[in-house]
Design a protein around this ligand. Structure first.
Ligand code: NDP
Ligand code: MG
Length: 391
């Protein structure tokens, strides 16, 4: 029986993964080694019972009593805290879903790769903060990474059977989020509720806001560079409001392979779950006659400075990705808390990068996880100072 673990099981990607696992036979078809969640322990316990997991872990110590109570008599072991999550990743599994949100997803993903697993990678922050380390760890231990982010899954699929040297460019698409047709004044006054309301995708709160600010696409540019090894100049973004084409790969003979899929993450998750084969996935089939037209346009980098910052980060490389992501997470926390405005997020991120560049903190490539965690910490401190300075 295939041994599987899901990190971030109670989130949006985690729920879709759970749905697919149940549809593909649940506990009769999979041996669930570990499921992890955060505060939603009731749901985590339900999932652990349904999949008859060996272990359920919450990220928070104060949630442990509730998790223990919810799983009493089930035979599922319980644990809590980041260390327990990392240890859960040490339990051998054949397939591991990395779907914790934010930099907290890095350590369990790295640990799972060190055991030679196939890592279905939704947690894009892992590649943004520690791309070279993650890829080297996978190579060293004969592990595979299958991207789950829809654009990267699309590129991965379009590249199947192709020679990497024949690739001229890669185009990832962006829906443009809820503000794609807004002007600068409207965007400056954007509220949390408006930023969360994504027109095409149903996702977790944080990534939905990142889509509205285009920080999500900014992270994805870096993710594409780190995972596929393309040069920054080879990676383009197009706004495509219909969210049907997720990515295109352009080859040296002028041909372009486009990947089309429904705006339902179960396609990319299902692809990763069944990889290297294809399996039946219960998503809505695309009806192009009904959709009628697919449109594309260049994004406005003045309105969405996250894209420009992302290009700077790709050029800098070294520790810039870790600093960029950490500063973005702090800025996002403050926007959610209402302490800064929507456009302040990009200002805080740029200011943090400037501060760290000025102190020569971004130059060296990470050689160990500790380097990344240190830069993450440093950038969070600087970003907090930058927020403070703006209030
Ligand atoms: P959610 O916010 O919906 O879920 C996040 C998961 O991580 C939950 O299980 C949550 O637990 C858990 N979690 C939160 N904080 C921590 C922490 N500090 N330590 C451990 N676990 C924690 O996120 P999404 O599912 O939307 O996104 C997950 C990842 O996938 C992100 O990296 C995102 O960028 C990426 N992704 C998501 C897409 C989507 O469609 N949603 C598309 C492409 C990529 P709890 O809820 O119980 O507190
Ligand atoms: Mg994406």
């Amino acid at each position: 029986m295939r041994r599987i673990s899901v990190f971030g099981a109670t989130g949006s990607i985690g729920e879709s993964t759970f749905d697919l696992l149940l549809r593909q036979g649940g506990p009769e078809a999979f041996h669930t080694v570990a499921l992890t969640g955060g505060r939603n322990v009731a749901r985590l316990a339900e999932m652990a019972r349904a999949l008859r997991a060996d272990l359920a872990v919450t990220a928070y110590e104060d949630c442990l009593p509730a998790l223990r109570e919810a799983l009493a008599g089930s035979g599922v072991a319980v644990a809590a805290g980041p260390q327990a999550i990392a240890e859960a990743a040490d339990r051998p599994a054949d397939w591991v879903m990395s779907a914790i949100v934010g930099a907290a997803g890095l350590v369990p993903g790295m640990r799972a790769l060190a055991h030679g697993t196939t890592l279905a990678l939704a947690n894009k922050e892992s590649l943004v903060t520690a791309g070279p380390l993650l890829m080297a760890t996978a190579a060293r231990h004969g592990a595979s990474i299958v991207p789950v982010d829809s654009e990267h899954s699309a590129v991965f699929q379009a590249l199947a059977g192709e020679e990497r040297s024949a690739v001229e460019r890669v185009i990832i698409t962006a829906s443009g989020g809820p503000f794609r047709d807004w002007n600068a004044q409207q965007i400056a006054a954007a509220t949390l509720a408006q930023a969360v309301a994504h027109p095409n995708w149903s996702m977790g709160q944080r990534i939905s806001i990142d889509s509205a600010s285009m920080f999500n696409k900014a992270l994805e540019l870096i993710e594409a560079r780190e995972f596929f090894g393309f040069e920054p100049s080879q990676i383009e973004v197009l706004v495509h409001p219909q969210s049907i084409v997720h990515a295109m790969v352009g080859f040296c003979d002028g041909g372009i392979m486009a990947h089309l899929g429904p705006a339902d993450m179960r396609h990319a998750i299902g692809y990763a779950l069944n990889w290297p084969r294809r399996g039946e996935v219960p998503v809505q089939r695309i009806d192009l006659a009904k959709i009628g037209s697919l449109t594309f346009r260049a994004p406005d980098e003045t309105l969405f400075p996250a894209l420009r910052l992302s290009r700077e980060v790709m050029e800098l490389r070294g520790m810039a990705g870790a600093a960029f992501n950490a500063a973005k997470e702090v800025a996002l926390d403050h926007f959610i808390a209402g302490t800064i405005g929507f456009c302040d997020m990009a200002v805080v991120v740029e200011d943090t990068l400037d501060r760290l560049l000025h102190r020569n903190c971004l130059g060296n490539a990470p050689t160990a996880l500790e380097d990344v965690l240190e830069t993450d910490h440093l950038a969070r401190t600087e970003a907090a100072a930058s927020v403070q300075a703006r209030r």
